[in-house]
Design a protein around this ligand. Structure first.
Ligand SMILES: [Fe+2]
Ligand SMILES: [Fe+2]
Length: 246
């Protein structure tokens, strides 16, 4: 089956809808959401409503989702992120808050593993180095392990048992093969707030029979997402950064 894989929507429904349109056109049979549905953007409630209504969706919670739920201390969040958390707490309807509350920290399936940050610390670790990949090796069994959190599209691949680790950032149309016997971690990048200096929404399609992941970048209406952020009274920088992909 083909899965639409995406992460870090961060309440940006312009980007989310563009990504889902592409997934539908590609006729995916299921959806993998690596967390941080809320935070930063203008439409946290709509983002949850849209994702929770997808057929065959598996999702985990991210650190921003935990903050919105009041289950993570936000004193270490910067003021802009904290403002967006408080805004989300006021805007999310009770039924969508309940759906968010029920999200697990990780999902272990026969065909894939799913966490937000890293297998050993799903809520907080930014898994971006080969050393961290080694340190996380024993914390998951099934590859690929999809992650989010850093907003950077990247992958780690290692033939088992322990050997050389192939590491790379993923550009548009990058193809990652993860055959049996290869341990892999893949980050599809961020839908709603890319930080690799490319403003386009980042996501991927994973075929669990061919065991191939394709990275996809998608244009969306950035100006409309920015307008909604400003209209919501959120900090201006949260709107500005979308144009630069940072
Ligand atoms: Fe995030
Ligand atoms: Fe995160």
């Amino acid at each position: 089956m083909r899965w639409g894989v995406f992460s870090d929507v961060h309440s940006n429904c312009e980007a989310l809808n563009a990504v889902l349109e592409r997934f539908r056109a590609e006729k995916v049979g299921g959806y993998v959401c690596c967390g941080d549905i809320t935070g930063y953007g203008a439409e946290p409630d709509k983002a949850i409503a849209t994702i929770s209504a997808l057929p065959n969706v598996i999702a985990v919670r991210g650190n921003h989702d935990l903050a919105v739920l009041g289950r993570m201390d936000i004193t270490w969040f910067n003021e802009m992120a904290a403002a967006a958390v408080r805004y989300a707490q006021k805007s999310i309807q009770p039924e969508n808050m309940r759906w968010l509350q029920d999200l697990p920290p990780r999902v272990d399936r026969d065909e894939l593993t799913l966490v937000h940050g890293s297998p050993r610390n799903p809520a907080e670790e930014y898994l971006v180095t080969v050393q961290q990949f080694h340190d996380n090796y024993q914390y998951f069994k099934v590859s690929p392990c999809f992650i989010g959190h850093s907003h950077l599209p990247l992958c780690f691949l290692m033939k088992e048992p322990v050997s050389y680790v192939e590491f790379g950032t993923l550009k548009e149309a990058a193809v990652v093969r993860t055959p049996r016997g290869v341990r892999s971690v893949i980050n599809p990048g961020s839908v709603g707030q890319p930080r690799d200096h490319d403003h386009r929404a980042s996501c991927g399609i994973y075929d669990d029979e061919a065991r191939v992941f394709n990275l996809v970048r998608i244009e969306y209406d950035v100006a409309e997402a920015q307008r909604k952020i400003l209209d919501a009274g959120l900090p201006e920088f949260l709107a500005l950064r979308l144009a630069y992909g940072q």
